[in-house]
Design a protein around this ligand. Structure first.
Ligand code: URA
Ligand code: SF4
Length: 218
């Protein structure tokens, strides 16, 4: 099974604790299970915080954990995550540069019999959960912020932002968490949900967007 530890580049040995009163990622992760900022914690299995290098040069922000992530407690280990990992590899991004997280940290779903059907988070969930993301960005302080899809973009850039229009363009932007070099792109799930005959092309376009980040870091 590809997954879990692929995101974890080893321990965070040798780094100092919270600096200047700002909690580090480990402190945030330890605090998150107690969050009651919105109602999504209750039906979910657990909070899914983040994975990867807490000092990574690139932060990737998804939407929310999916069914597999909710069960495992690790972001991007299900089908969308596998596609993302493949795209990151093809784009030449190094695992140790990456910190992956989500705009909303609990899985939102509708129970249909035994199945749990993904539901897009509402603006209220994004706003409730945003302080976690803001604290993560402050702690990690990345060189590049990659926004995967509309939820991440809405959370950090506001509701008017259109990923389809501005995808693949990396540049400084004022976000609700401060000023960052931002690269908006599509969410890997959109490729899985889209027409199968367009999948290769859509995947290649995601790789091309991510390759802009690789170039920026070089
Ligand atoms: N989709 C996301 O946006 N995040 C995950 O962690 C998994 C799927
Ligand atoms: Fe807290 Fe976010 Fe979970 Fe809502 S989704 S309970 S704000 S961690």
């Amino acid at each position: 099974r590809p997954g879990a530890q692929q995101w974890v580049p080893g321990s965070d040995e040798g780094t100092a604790g919270p600096a200047g009163g700002h909690p580090d990622v480990d402190a945030l992760r330890a605090a998150a299970p107690a969050c009651r900022g919105c109602e999504l914690w209750e039906p979910a299995t657990q909070v899914v915080f983040s994975a990867g290098n807490p000092h990574g040069r690139v932060v990737l922000v998804g939407e929310q954990p999916g069914d597999v992530e909710d069960t495992q407690g690790i972001p991007f280990v299900g089908p969308a995550g596998r596609l993302l990992q493949k795209a990151l590899d093809e784009a030449g991004l190094q695992r140790q540069d990456l910190y992956v997280t989500n705009a909303v940290k609990h899985f939102r779903f509708e129970q249909k019999g035994k199945r749990r059907i993904h539901q897009t988070p509402e603006l209220a969930h994004m706003v409730a959960c945003r302080p976690w993301l803001q604290a993560e960005l402050e702690a990690v302080d990345p060189r590049v912020l990659v926004l995967l899809g509309a939820t991440a973009a809405k959370t950090l850039l506001g509701g008017q932002f259109r990923v389809t229009k501005e995808r693949g363009v990396l540049g400084p932007r004022d976000t609700t968490a401060g000023r960052f070099d931002v690269l908006p792109t599509v969410h890997p799930s959109s490729i899985l949900r889209g027409p199968p005959e367009q999948r290769d092309e859509a995947f290649a376009a995601l790789v091309a967007d991510l390759a802009v980040v690789t170039e920026h870091l070089a």
